[in-house]
Design a protein around this ligand. Structure first.
Ligand code: TH1
Length: 826
């Protein structure tokens, strides 16, 4: 390659700084190449060019960030804090460029320097500090908070290793490797080595007087702040996500060091660093692991100390804390913040119990995303002795619930048993101002089942719903620029107008009837399918038929999400294809089925489902009779970035959880926003999507939530063999057993979950699932009608903007207001 890449004069002018017409951005990038990276232009590779560009973009963010924080400090509005153990941010460069409105300018400069912006964007590693929907929701909410100029900060942990990297062995098994996302340096974070707090574990809590106690001894660990800048879209407001890293308090434990015990000293320093070493890769389930509880306390204690310090800087009476601070608990994971705030108010601020409890219960808000984790009391007592005292005090002082003994037992924070356990959801509910679920159906289930007794006690107004949302900046403008451009041109309003008020997409409805628009709409979809095909070709080395229907299911591997139903349906379709003559096959809609998703490393059945998918793919993709009509791909290492390629390319996506098990789902919204149709069960946010787009544009199937309990009961006490319930499914299971997709014996444990208790109702839903897929085929045959459905679907997605969700939280929960940074306010 010649020196320099790109235009020699551009580089030389920028380096010398002589030419007055060198764009500022070019100068800034070149300056970072020379000074921050200490590299020469002549050997700069894509990674270096990415880093220099990122540092240059970051300079813009830092200025806005600083001004925003100063503005918030001066205005002193009430602030909201979003406590989440997961923030699944994905990549930042492209998003920052779009939010800053600088993408075209950077594109020009980077091109001038001989690089391709899209290639540089591809060099960034995902920040994958989350498992799935819950973590990505937190990331969308940060984008919407900043975009609406709301004073909201996120608080989380800076894991050294995010969600593991998934590899697929030739036999189809999932393998896990660490995700060293920080290895290349992370330009998007600012270490705040001066912002630190000490966090204590273990030791003794001695009650003194007036309900106070002294907690001492044990282990002390330091929390160090790292700040991630969160740019709003089309505004200067830039919010903050503060992530904590753990480190030993003095580098080494000096006592053991002096006593000549070097090894023990190093060990204790390791144990401090271990707290934020790795994200727990379990979606939904994390059973009594001590380190997980340590993470939860470490993070809530540091965050609360930081929030308290910021509040105290305002010099307001402590009783006004809830007038300036709202704290949202993202699921039960940060519930320890409740006893921790009580501890600070009682032991440090020396308030009475009543005052402390009044403040606490007016500060917290609790979002429930699922069913109920617990912690064993012996572990809690050892690790957090003072908090256990406070929890017992809450039980005795606060909650003298009336009613019979069963009801009291259900509502108690303490669950009897061996060992006794702390029910985090009950504690979160009792200690919060309001509780919400994440979709209408889910919030109704919260009110009528898991929190029924609390609804009767506190009244229903404490229990609300905020249906989840997604940010249209990342999930349309960024991931689908072709569609974004088409929409803007057609609506004849500025892009920012509809991206900030997604209901404006309704303006697309009349275009659904216009042949020319339909053509352009279809052309965008096709080019997105080609982009995905190109990705598959370069990563898996196989070609993909872009004329086929693209059918996508991408989410964590879970029995309740029923990827098993999908793959068994694929086998059914395959068996059917095999019975057809070549002439008959030609009438079938060709289909490519994509799967992606990670299984928790210890979740045996979920890993078996992956193995089955991979082996079905192997057989189908090489069958000359059928491969033109049906192929299957399992794309390894699902991530936010991969979702950004898959979602815009989908014709249909699958959201097929057993009714009543998926609290909301959020990818369903992303697919529909990008004009993909949906096949799904009557569950989570699918229901509200259908309400918006009309049932004729959604392919529903399966039993409804109220039937699920009864069916499970029947499975246990009046089982009917699969052969009778669904001969089609029985035939599929037999083929798998017989070894058509590799050693059948391997799959027996999976097949037995279906043959035996079938907790997730595959045998009940299989036939109606197949019928729904037939309807999908039928609808797809009439391509014009399909495109109309696709356009109408996008047009009706306004409700699912995370801007709407955040407005709801801001008004109905946090009581905070927009605090806009005007040009030159700071
Ligand atoms: C998910 C829910 O399963 C999903 O339906 C919902 O759309 C999403 O949250 C956002 O609300 C959950 N993820 C987790 C992860 C953990 C624990 C509980 C849940 S619920 C670790």
């Amino acid at each position: 390659e010649k020196w320099p890449r790109g235009d020699e004069k551009t580089w030389k002018d920028a380096i010398r700084g002589v030419a007055s017409d060198t764009p500022t951005i070019t100068k800034s990038i070149v300056n970072h190449v020379q000074t921050s990276l200490a590299r020469q232009p002549h050997n700069l590779d894509d990674l270096g060019a990415y880093q220099a560009s990122a540092l240059s973009v970051r300079d813009n963010l830092i200025v806005n960030w600083n001004e925003t924080q100063l503005h918030y400090t001066r205005k002193a509005p009430k602030r909201a804090y979003y406590l989440s153990l997961e923030f699944l941010m994905g990549r930042t460069l492209d998003n920052a460029l779009l939010n800053l409105g600088l993408k075209n300018k950077y594109n020009d400069s980077i091109t001038g320097l001989g690089f391709n912006l899209e290639d540089l964007i591809d060099k960034e590693r995902d920040a994958a500090l989350g498992n799935g929907g819950l973590g990505r929701l937190a990331a969308c909410y940060l984008d919407s908070s900043a975009s609406q100029e709301l004073p909201v900060w996120g608080y989380g942990l800076r894991y050294k290793y995010g969600i593991f990297q998934q590899l697929i062995a030739p036999d189809g098994q999932q393998l896990e490797a660490p995700d060293p996302w920080l290895d290349n340096q992370n330009p998007w974070e600012l270490p705040r080595l001066d912002v630190t707090y000490e966090v204590r574990f273990y030791g003794h809590a001695e009650r003194t007087e007036n309900g106070r106690a002294i907690w001492s001894g044990g282990q002390e660990v330091l929390a160090v702040a790292y700040d991630v800048m969160i740019p709003g879209y089309d505004t200067k407001n830039t919010n903050n996500l503060r992530l904590w890293e753990s480190k030993p308090k003095r580098g080494f434990d000096l006592n053991s060091f002096n006593a000549g015990n070097y090894e023990q000293a190093v060990e204790s320093s390791n144990s401090a660093a271990a707290i934020t070493a790795v994200l727990y890769p379990n979606d939904h389930t994390t059973f009594g692991k001590e380190l997980r509880l340590k993470q939860q306390y470490f993070w809530t204690a540091a965050s609360l100390a930081d929030i308290m310090r910021r509040f105290k800087n305002m010099e307001k009476p402590i009783s006004e804390f809830p007038d300036y601070v709202a704290i949202q608990l993202n699921d039960t994971h940060p519930t320890l913040a409740i006893p921790e705030l009580m501890r600070v108010l009682l032991d440090d601020e020396e308030l009475s119990w009543a005052e402390a409890w009044q403040i606490t219960t007016n500060t917290f808000f609790f979002t429930n995303h699922t069913v109920l984790p617990k912690w064993p009391i012996p572990l809690m007592e050892q690790l957090l002795p003072r908090h256990m005292q406070i929890i017992y005090d809450i039980v005795t002082v606060e909650k003298q619930f009336p009613g019979d003994r069963d009801r009291l037992a259900r509502m108690s924070i303490i669950e009897e048993g061996i060992p006794k356990q702390v029910r985090m959801a009950n504690l979160a509910c009792i200690g919060s101002r309001k509780v919400n679920g994440v979709a209408e159906l889910h919030s109704e289930l919260v009110r009528t089942t898991i929190m029924k007794d609390f609804v009767e006690h506190y009244g229903v107004s404490k229990f609300g719903n905020v249906t989840n949302g997604i940010t249209p900046r990342r999930w349309l403008d960024q991931c689908n620029p072709g569609l974004s451009t088409l929409i803007t041109e057609s609506l004849k309003i500025p892009k920012a107008a509809w991206l900030k008020d997604l209901y404006k997409l309704e303006g697309l409805l009349p275009f659904a009837e216009k042949a020319d628009f339909q053509k352009r709409w279809a052309a965008v979809k096709l080019s997105n399918k080609r982009r995905l095909a190109h990705y598959v070709e370069t990563t898996l080395g196989v070609s993909v038929n872009t004329a086929a229907m693209f059918d996508v299911q991408i989410k964590r591997l879970h029995e309740y999400k029923r990827q098993s139903l999908n793959i068994l349906g694929v086998i059914h379709r395959y068996l059917l294809l095999k019975t057809l003559t070549p002439a008959q096959r030609k009438k079938v809609v060709p289909k490519v089925v994509f799967f992606a998703g990670k299984a928790a490393p210890g979740y045996f059945i979920a890993k078996l489902i992956i193995r089955l998918i991979v082996n079905v793919a192997r057989v189908l993709n090489s069958d000359p009779d059928t491969k033109e009509y049906l192929t299957v791909f399992f794309l390894p290492d699902y991530s936010v970035s991969l979702a950004e390629i898959l979602i815009p390319a989908s014709d249909i996506s699958q959201h097929i959880s057993t009714a009543g098990t998926e609290a909301s789902g959020t990818s369903n919204m992303k697919f529909c926003l990008n004009g993909g149709l949906l096949v799904g069960t009557v569950d989570g946010a699918n229901i509200e999507i259908a309400e918006e787009v009309g049932e004729s544009n959604v392919f529903f199937f399966g039993h409804l939530t109220p039937a699920v309990e009864d069916l499970r009961y029947q499975h246990l006490y009046h089982p009917v063999p699969v052969e009778q319930k669904s001969p089609a499914l029985a035939a599929v299971l037999n083929e798998v057993s017989a070894g058509r997709f590799g050693d059948g014996g391997v799959y027996e444990p999976l097949l037995n979950t279906i043959r035996q208790h079938d907790y997730y109702l595959l045998t009940d839903d299989f036939d109606s699932y197949i019928r729904a897929l037939d309807m999908v085929d039928e609808a797809y045959q009439d391509r014009t009608e399909w495109i109309k459905k696709s356009i109408r679907t996008t047009a009706k997605m306004g409700k699912f903007s995370s801007d709407r969700a955040i407005q709801d939280y801001a008004q109905e929960y946090w009581n905070i207001e927009s605090t806009k940074l005007e040009n030159g306010t700071a």
